[in-house]
Design a protein around this ligand. Structure first.
Ligand SMILES: *[C@@H]1O[C@H](CO)[C@@H](O)[C@H](O)[C@H]1NC(C)=O
Ligand SMILES: *[C@@H]1O[C@H](CO)[C@@H](O)[C@H](O)[C@H]1NC(C)=O
Ligand SMILES: *[C@@H]1O[C@H](CO)[C@@H](O)[C@H](O)[C@H]1NC(C)=O
Ligand SMILES: *[C@@H]1O[C@H](CO)[C@@H](O)[C@H](O)[C@H]1NC(C)=O
Length: 335
């Protein structure tokens, strides 16, 4: 219920006093000329439309002045044709945690959204990456779907995409599908079914997450092909010593390397510039100081700060005293 404290009928909602949720909602929507009944379009954020967590089964019609639309945590199964036709100013579309299936998304539904930079479709039932995504996208979230592969050249012209999240899908291989992403800095393909590291990543890549797959080896020269890589996660795979060419991690740009939960018996050689190295839960039997420093001359030491070696086959006794010179920035080695 609401009642007026003052004001004319025209301006009434500006002056009402609300004491329940429905009334507050009416007030919130009062100034937005055009807002679907199911959603909230608060006057304080005139370009946002909030439709999350309200058991929606369809996307409400999106008015043309809306730039940010929040539709997460509903039961939306498809994206009907035309629903975004007037909404050509959309910048963010958040559809996480719904029941979207690929069959119910038409090929042309996003293509006209020339200002769209962020599209979140994670935690749905998609079996493939939607076609004809706008080239303006910078941030595409597709994790926790049922994607098994993607057609080559799918991302060919998406030259502004910087973040691509595909974790928690069923991807077995990637065939040339990522080369077009000239600006891609972060790729997360963890928790998939990759048997090997895909062949071709964009050169700008800085963060590569491939943990929780079934990868057995790293190709020789892999990191030198991607000179901007700083963070590489390969934990929870099936890596063995045999699968790691001798110098494969000796690249000066790498800052963080996660090889935990694999089958390694030796500490691989790493660059002096590496700062975080995770090797816990492997089968490492010896502490090889030469993996970190080839000579110890007092000036040339490792930049390593975090070194995890716990849940391996070594103990603190196996760490030589000289390690204190080489690993002088490591406050304590977890064994
Ligand atoms: C789209 O916008 C036009 C012009 O503002 C309007 O006439 C039309 O009703 C809108 N479309 C829908 C489906 O509401
Ligand atoms: C890519 O980003 C640049 C810089 O923000 C922008 O000028 C350009 O229009 C974008 N490309 C597309 C296809 O939207
Ligand atoms: C590791 O790389 C550095 C810098 O490129 C190089 O000087 C060094 O010899 C390499 N280490 C080994 C063992 O090849
Ligand atoms: C550290 O070692 C590298 C080669 O590994 C060498 O190029 C560099 O000059 C050394 N730095 C110092 C301060 O001795």
């Amino acid at each position: 219920s609401f009642y007026f404290t003052s004001g004319s009928l025209l301006g009434m909602l500006h002056f009402c006093v609300c004491d329940d949720v429905l009334c507050q909602k009416a007030m919130l929507n009062s100034e937005a000329v055009d807002c679907p009944l199911e959603c909230d379009c608060p006057t304080a954020y005139p370009t946002a439309m909030y439709c999350h967590s309200r058991n929606l089964q369809h996307i409400p019609y999106v008015p043309s002045h809306i730039k940010y639309v929040y539709l997460q945590h509903n039961q939306i199964t498809g994206i009907q044709d035309g629903v975004f036709d007037n909404a050509t100013n959309l910048v963010w579309v958040i559809l996480s945690h719904n029941q979207l299936s690929s069959e119910k998304i038409s090929d042309s539904v996003f293509v006209e959204l020339g200002s769209l930079v962020r599209l979140y479709l994670d935690n749905n039932e998609l079996t493939h990456v939607p076609r004809n995504l706008p080239r303006s996208l910078t941030d595409l979230q597709l994790s926790y779907n049922k994607i098994t592969n993607f057609s080559p050249n799918l991302f060919e012209s998406m030259s502004n995409l910087t973040t691509l999240q595909l974790q928690g899908n069923d991807i077995e291989k990637v065939e040339g599908g990522l080369m077009g992403l000239k600006s891609l800095m972060m790729l997360d393909m963890s928790k998939n079914k990759l048997m090997k590291i895909p062949d071709s990543f964009p050169k700008e890549l800085q963060q590569l997450y491939l943990d929780h797959n079934n990868i057995k080896s790293v190709p020789a020269g892999f990191l030198t092909m991607y000179p901007n890589l700083q963070f590489v996660r390969l934990s929870h795979n099936s890596l063995t010593d045999k699968g790691l060419p001798s110098n494969v991690f000796n690249t000066s740009t790498l800052v963080e390397l996660d090889l935990s939960f694999n089958q390694l018996e030796k500490i691989p050689l790493v660059s002096r510039n590496l700062e975080n190295l995770y090797l816990q839960a492997n089968k490492i039997k010896e502490f090889s100081l030469s993996s970190f420093c080839d000579t110890i001359d007092g000036t040339n030491f490792s930049r390593l700060r975090v070194l995890r070696l716990d849940a391996n086959k070594i103990s603190a006794r196996d760490i030589p005293v000289e390690a204190a010179y080489c690993l002088r920035l490591v406050s304590s080695v977890n064994v």
